[in-house]
Each structure stands twice: as C-alpha cells, then as structure tokens.
Design a protein around this ligand. Structure first.
Ligand code: ADP
Ligand code: MG
Length: 725
C-alpha cells in the first residue's frame, strides 16, 4: 500500500538524486506533496497544426515534422542555435539560446519529432524559442514523413494518437504542464519528467485519497470527491472534467485558509475580553462642538459610530479602516483616541515614517488647540533627555496620545494604560508588528489599522480576514477630481510649459522619481540629473530636493521649505509617498511612471488635489511601452477610484506583487486558487467557514470532524498559518 507521507525517493523513477532536487526546488518531499503539486496548465495534445497555418498570434502549437538543418549564430554569450524545421507545408525556425552546445547533438536530422511551443514572429519569419521536443513514435506507419501520408493526416483534421508518456497516462487528451525551475531543467527534470512521475504515482494509488470535506458541504455545492478531483487535475479526460476538478480544489484551498482565519478570530474574541469604553465624555464632546474645523463627512461619521460601538462592546476591537488618500482618516483616528481618553485610557498612533509621525503630531496639536490633551512624539530621532521625558509621560500616564514610528513597539516603551492602538498605513507594517502592540497592555488594547492603499475585497478577506472592516467611501466636499495626463518624455517642452503655467498661478509642483532598492546609486543619479534639469528649466524658481539617503533632519528641513511655500518645486523620490500634505501643491509629475505599480501611482497622485484648485497628475514615460504598461497607464488616466485601480492592479500583476502582501506573512502560496479571479469561490468558502465556526465553534459536531483533522494537518505543514494575527 502506498502511503501519502512516504518519502518521494522511494517512488519508482525518483531515487535519492531526484528526490533531493524535488525537495530543494519544489518542496516536494513526500508522495502526497507530489500529488498536491498541481499542473499550471493543460495542453490539448490531440491537435496538430500545419506549419503553413501557423501565425504569430497563436498561443501554443503542436507540430510534427523533421529538422532539415542546424545553423549557428553569434558568439559567446550571444550565441544561438537555429534548427530549420519542416512538415512539408512550410518551414519554421526552432531557436535555442541556452544549451546550444548539446542541443545539436541531442536531435537528429530527418527524424520525426513532435514540437511544441509558442510561435513568434521574428524578422519576417516565425520561430519557436526553446520548444519542447520529443521523438514522434516511429514504427507506426502514420509517422512516416512521406508527404502523401502527412497530407492525408492533415486533411483528416488530424487526430494522431498522443505519444505515450513513459507508457502511462498516454490515453489522455490533455497533458499536464508543471512548473519546474532552471536548476531542475538543467538536470533533466522538466515538466515532462514531472508528468511521468505523477502518472506513475496515480497508477500506483490503489485506494481512494481520503476525503477532506464533510459530505454535507460536498453535496451542497455538488462537488466531486477529493480523490476524483486530484486525479482529474493531473490527467483530465475532458475540459469539463478539468473545470470541475479545479472548482473543487480551489474551493478546498480557499476554504481551509478561511476556516483558519475565522476560527482564529473567533478564538481570539472568546479569549480576550476587551476593554469597555463605556461612555463618550467631556473630551470628545468638547472637541466635537468647539474644535472641529469642518463638518465631518457622512462616511467619517459612520465609521466613527462603527468604531465606537466596537470599542464599547466588551470584546477587543480589531478593525481595518480603509479610506482613499485624502479621505480624512487622521481626524477619525483622533476622535477615536479622544473616546479612549474619556474612558481613562491612553492611545497611540504608529506611522511608517518619521516625517509622517511628525506631521501627525503637528496636525493633532493644531486640531486640539488649547484642549487639555497631551500629544507626544516618539521616534528614533527623539534622543537623550527628551526621550526619557517622553517615556516617562507614557509610563506615568500624563501623556494621552503617543505618536511615533516603530520606536513605539520597542520593549522598553511602556504605557500606564494603553486602550487604543492605531496603526497608520498598515500595508507598511507586518503582522508581527501588529501583534506586538498587544503586549503593551495587560488587557490587549483595541486595534485600529488604517490604510489608504485600497485593498481589493478578495485580498482583504485573505490578508486581513480576521479584521472587521470600515470604509470611508467619500471624500471631503469641494475636491475637484485630479486630471491625469500621460506624456512621453520626448515631449519635455510641452511638459515644462504646462508646469510653468501652474507656477505662474502660484501653485507648487512635485516631481517624483522612482526608487528601486537594487540600484540606489542609479536612482540617485536619476534624481540628481532631474534636479539639475529642473533648476535649469526654471531658473527663477526655488527647488527643493528630498531623497531617502538624506539625514532625517535635512529631509525635514527641505520638506518644511516646500510646505511653507519657500520653494515652489519639490524634486523627490518616493519618500513623499505617504502622508505629506501641502494643499497648495497642485501638480504631481511622475517620471518613469512605467516603473511604478498602480497602487503606488495612485498614492503619489493623492498628494495633490488637496486644495480647491484644479490639480494635475502627469505620468511621464518613455515612448516605447509594452502593451501591459500602456494598459496600466491608461487605467490611471481613466480612473481616480482607488478601489477600482487596486482591482485592476490585482488582475494585471497578481497578488504576490501587490504592495503589502510580501510583508503580510499570510498564506499567499496558493497552489491553485487565484485571488484575482476566484472571488466568487472565495466568498463561498468564507461563508461556509463562518457558518461552521458559528454553529459548531468547538468542533463538537461529528459530521465536521474531518475538517478539524485536516486543518490540524495543514497548520502543521504551513508555517505561515500559525502566525496570523
Ligand atoms: P488621509 O485619509 O489620506 O490620511 P487626511 O486625514 O490627511 O487624509 O486628510 C486629508 C485632508 O482632508 C486634510 O487636509 C484634512 O484636514 C482634510 N479633511 C479631513 N476631513 C475633512 C472634512 N470632513 N471636511 C473637509 N476637509 C477634511
Ligand atoms: Mg493619512
């Protein structure tokens, strides 16, 4: 009998060397791991194309024919090998840039091969780079290369039998394709070899794989069994069967992620009774009636109500506050802090950068005016006696609101009675840091995380699935939508003319350059060059320059000059991305816009449009753009809706690249589900998870036993799952 936890090296055809490779490269250590290594696509290998019918827009083609001759091009690293390949209807070039030396030896001239790959036009001809090749089964008369037979086959519409796959799985129309790594390929372990192993393994599985979902859930959604789904996902008999297997496995995957999160949030709520903020008192009311500089927007009022209800409920609040840039989250944060103060507690606000923390302190103090509420700053730059004083204020309780950076969560920072921890721009902080806030108080404080990076719903459900969500979906009145313009960098004169007009109207301008960590020197050079160009083009303007390698004090001084209006143009890297607030700045020029992610462009754009004037965002790019980049820029031009942009970004780039997902520590190594595409299945999975935890919180119901068993197994194998908070 074959056990799923059996070491992969004992599987026939593997052995120690390959087992080592599979383990290191793909984390496949057991037979079960291999079964759960799903193919990323299937190709219908029953269909063959005639070379004469192929064009450069086809995704993948399979052809059968022979190599007429080999030809070498280039020298050294530029070397490439071309095989002229023909099926009698035409010639196509097969090209290799790597392994050039042994390819020519590996394949024979005038011998039938099946070639599979993606045709691309190149200099008026078609070629297939790094094709998959295998010998066409010789011996069978159909595979003779005589033109007559070929022609007859093609005319039939071609239903050649798929070539046998090491004797197994050959009867299937769809062939699985598995991701492998360069290292594996170099050592002769490509997709075809993995396919051979999965075929072998499935053949050897002499009993059904254990079911992972309770029968009632399977029935409800008309799912196929786990066993059938796993077998089918590797070797489907039809497109329809493949879809059913995908649906079942995607659901299963998302469901257990959700079950883990929902169960966790439920346990946490039971374990920690929250501090109860019973009343709204003097401080809040004094602020609301006497100090509020403008009426709250409807959305601000609503979220304050939601937060207040949560903090008074007796359970610990864990809430995500989403609101587009400029939607007025700071004011909401302050008013929530005032509720904490009214109930005898302190509050703290953690920001991702020193500049932002300082700006918050300034904003809060200004808003509070002469109210008896103390706000103190704690960052790495607060040193010596000042630091001792601040720490003292926190531990004795004379400081009501602490605003700072990571410095706030250092071990030596103690509060007298912290009741509310607010984390601004959450996407910059990891889960671990969020959890650290908890330890600042005997009873964990209420936690409010705020983000201006709109997170697509599907992502939020997974990333922050344990949090309740409030959304500020309304901007303060009187904001004119920012006009976004795409401009090529070859049209600099037009760009500068536009900038000049705005400067003459008395406005200020940001010019931002991308910052990419790998090449800080180059980035800095770009910035310096840009700075000089701007100084030359605008000789009668004062120009500020800010970048990440400046000392915080210098940076601040320069920001201050811009913010006070002393300088008219600020040339900067993305350090200004978060928080900076200069209402008179109405133009945001983003250089090399093609190098930014959509969410980041949106954040930058949010720096303008804060005053009453019409604001502009100019996305400057090079002239030659890929289709993908062109599409991304167009989305920015068309939309100012952060959520829509985030959704599009998720679709274009996938969740792994979205800001914040890397630090999140959450399970993003989804094997089969795709957060960008499987929103409906995700919702089904979450609803089911909530239903189960709600009705059977202690896992008592025997019909669900299989679920908790499975969850325990997954928790053991997935390190990320233990650490969500
Ligand atoms: P963000 O949500 O991006 O943190 P801020 O809190 O910095 O936004 O607010 C952006 C600007 O909007 C600030 O200048 C703030 O004073 C202003 N603002 C906030 N709420 C309102 C309101 N209800 N009416 C008018 N202006 C507001
Ligand atoms: Mg903010």
């Amino acid at each position: 009998m074959l056990r799923l936890d059996q070491d992969i090296k004992y599987l026939q055809g593997v052995g120690p060397a390959r087992a080592d490779l599979l383990g290191r490269e793909l984390a496949i250590k057991t037979v079960g791991d291999l079964l759960a290594y799903y193919p990323y696509k299937h190709i219908d290998r029953t269909h063959f194309f005639r070379i004469a019918d192929i064009n450069g827009t086809m995704p993948y083609v399979q052809i059968v024919g022979e190599i007429l001759s080999f030809e070498d091009f280039g020298e050294g690293r530029k070397k490439r090998l071309v095989a002229h390949f023909s099926d009698g209807t035409g010639v196509i070039d097969l090209v290799w840039f790597q392994g050039v030396k042994y390819i020519a030896k590996q394949y024979d001239l005038h011998r039938p091969y099946i070639v599979f790959g993606r045709p691309q036009p190149f200099k008026g001809r078609l070629n297939i780079a790094h094709p998959e090749m295998e010998e066409a089964p010789s011996g069978s008369p159909e595979w003779g290369m005589s033109e007559g037979v070929q022609q007859a086959l093609f005319d039939e519409g071609i239903a050649l039998p798929p070539p046998p796959l090491g004797g197994v799985g050959g009867g299937f129309a769809f062939r699985p394709h598995y991701h492998t790594t360069e290292v594996m390929k170099k050592r002769g372990m490509g997709s075809a070899q993995v396919a051979r192993l999965t075929a072998k393994l499935l053949e050897m599985l002499d009993q059904p794989l254990p079911e992972t979902l309770p029968q009632w859930l399977i029935d409800r959604f008309h799912f196929i069994s786990h066993d059938e789904a796993v077998r089918t996902i590797h070797y489907p008999a039809s497109a329809d069967a493949l879809r059913r297997a995908q649906a079942r496995l995607k659901f299963e995957e998302l469901f257990f992620v959700q079950l883990n999160i929902v169960r966790y949030a439920h346990d946490r709520a039971r374990k920690h009774s929250g501090i109860v903020f019973q009343h709204v008192g003097q401080t809040f009311n004094d602020f609301y009636f006497n100090h509020l500089p403008f009426p709250l927007t409807g959305a601000q009022k609503r979220v304050i109500r939601e937060i207040r209800a949560d903090m008074g409920s007796g359970r610990q609040m864990n809430r995500l506050l989403q609101g587009d840039v400029g939607s007025g989250k700071t004011l909401v944060a302050l008013m929530c802090a005032l509720i904490a103060i009214d109930n005898g507690y302190q509050a703290c606000i953690m920001a991702p950068t020193e500049i932002l923390a300082e700006q918050h302190v300034e904003t809060l103090r200004k808003l509070l005016g002469d109210m008896p509420v103390t706000v103190e700053l704690l960052t790495g730059s607060v040193k010596g006696r000042r630091r001792t004083e601040v720490l003292n204020g926190l531990v004795t309780g004379t400081t009501h609101i602490a605003v700072g950076t990571h410095a706030l969560i250092e071990n030596n920072v103690q509060f007298a009675h912290l009741g509310l921890a607010i984390i601004d721009e959450q996407h910059r902080f990891g889960v671990a840091q969020r959890a650290k806030m908890w330890q600042k108080s005997l009873t964990p404080p209420h936690v409010l995380v705020m983000t201006a990076t709109p997170i697509p719903r599907t992502l939020a459900m997974t990333l922050y699935g344990d949090l309740d969500v409030s959304v500020i979906d309304e901007l303060p009145p009187g904001r004119k939508p920012i006009e976004t313009i795409h401009q090529f960098d070859s049209h600099r004169a037009t760009l500068y003319a536009g900038m000049r007009r705005q400067l003459q109207l008395g406005r200020q301008i940001y010019v931002v350059y991308p910052l990419i960590k790998e090449s800080e020197k180059i980035d800095l050079k770009n910035l310096e060059d840009g700075y000089e160009q701007i100084c030359e083009a605008f000789p009668d303007c004062q120009v500020s320059k800010v970048h990440g390698q400046m000392k915080p004090a210098e940076k601040d001084a320069e920001m201050q000059r811009f913010s006070s209006g002393e300088t008219q143009i600020l040339v900067a890297t993305t350090v200004i991305e978060v928080g900076v607030n200069v209402p008179n700045a109405s133009v945001m020029v983003i250089e090399n816009a093609e190098r930014f992610g959509l969410s980041q462009l949106h954040q930058l754009r949010g720096r303008v449009g804060r005053g009453a004037d019409q604001s502009f965002c100019i996305l400057v790019t090079k002239t030659k753009l890929s289709d993908d980049t062109r599409r991304r820029i167009q989305i920015m031009v068309d939309s100012t809706d952060g959520f829509e942009i985030a959704e599009q970004d998720l679709k274009l780039r996938g969740p792994g690249d979205l800001e914040g997902t890397q630090q999140s520590g959450m399970a993003f190594d989804l094997k089969i589900a795709n957060l960008a595409k499987d929103g409906i299945i995700l919702q089904m999975a979450r609803d089911a998870a909530q239903e189960i935890v709600g009705s059977d919180p202690d896992g008592q119901n025997p019909v669900n036993a299989v679920l908790w068993q499975r969850l325990r197994e997954l928790r053991k194998t997935n390190i990320n799952w233990g650490s969500i908070s």
